[in-house]
Design a protein around this ligand. Sequence first.
Ligand SMILES: [Ca+2]
Ligand SMILES: [Ca+2]
Ligand SMILES: [Ca+2]
Length: 415
Amino acid sequence: MKIIIPFIVIFLYIQNVAYSQPAFPVEKTKSVITSGSQNTSSLNLTVTALIEALYVAGKTSMSLSPTITVELHDATSKAGIESRIGSLSTAGVGTFSFTSAVNGTPYYIVIKSVNTVETWSANPQSFTAGSLSYDFTTGVSKAYTDGSNPPMALHNGKWCIYSGDLNQDGFVSGDDFTGVDNDNTLFNYHPINDLNGDGFISGDDDTFIDNNNSAFIGKQIPPGVPSNTITYSGQTYNTVLIGTQWWLKENLNVGARINGTQNQSNNGNIEKYCYNDSLINCSRYGGLYQWNEAMQYVTTEKAQGVCPSGWHIPSNSEITTLVTNVGSDGNELKAVGQGGGLGSGTNISGFSALLSGSSASDGSFSDVANYGYFWSSTQYNITLSRLMTLDTFDNNIGQGQSNNANGFSVRCLKN
Ligand SMILES: [Ca+2]
Ligand SMILES: [Ca+2]
Ligand SMILES: [Ca+2]
């Protein structure tokens, strides 16, 4: 079976998706400074921040140049308005370009990464003449504190962002050991678990989780930050800001399950397929929807379709914006644990994509754990519509088209 499976997968994949060249220039550069998405009206934030475990390992600089996310949050509502992914130098300096921020308006600056504690600037900061610099390392007073703990860790004279929140729940606790311990035991390597950046997953990485767990370290945020969850049809969904787009962080799982041998129909009820006709797969991966059902029988781009009120099925060009915002690196979209080798998900964007597979019009299911397919609301022609594809093998992001009768995942985008 192990020899046969890849051939089956490739065959089904070719059958399912008529592939086309991406309609956008392929942009491999992750640094936001050199990104093609930068426009003339963007504002540049130069931030200085050191990540605790990397700085302790490197002693006078970080042991590697980390990828982080910087968010700007409205000073009054505290809501996130834009997030940008980029790198810090080993000295901790990085420049991030924002397209929706304006001069003279104060914003909180928020630093996130896959294995650190979310850290906010002590106060809102404003851009002047297109630029703003903020250095978190020079004093504990540079980060927001709710008084529970110092909001950063002091190492070798510099204030550092706490390491150790690997599951990004806002606390450093026992749950955060899981990935490190698994990699340590199985001799696997996922970058998220290499806290000190020495190329190995070992007990040294546990140390930071251990210490911060004992000290009850967690994120400290100003009062009134809006919840990043919504409830729709009895289920709670998380939301994530990528660039200026708010995405649902999980595949939609709404409607009544029908068998893959039946067609979803324009009957006033939302219907879904669950992989292998098993309800538990809908809980894990979300539902699979034929294009017309996903769109609720309209063909307009950005239609609400089966999405909650105030949300819609993304257009192909909105997906292209997402692709640009992650530097065309599909691994940044995949959840940690999805994909293998060159295709291992890093989830740097927080999009948390799963390789949920597909259904075909003959009632068969295929590709789970190998491919994830996400419908757009853009038609290619009368029978095919555009979609985004992620796979287990590499970091490619496909933007092809496929038959409307196939069942794929749906990710909703906020209007
Ligand atoms: Ca945690
Ligand atoms: Ca390590
Ligand atoms: Ca229906």
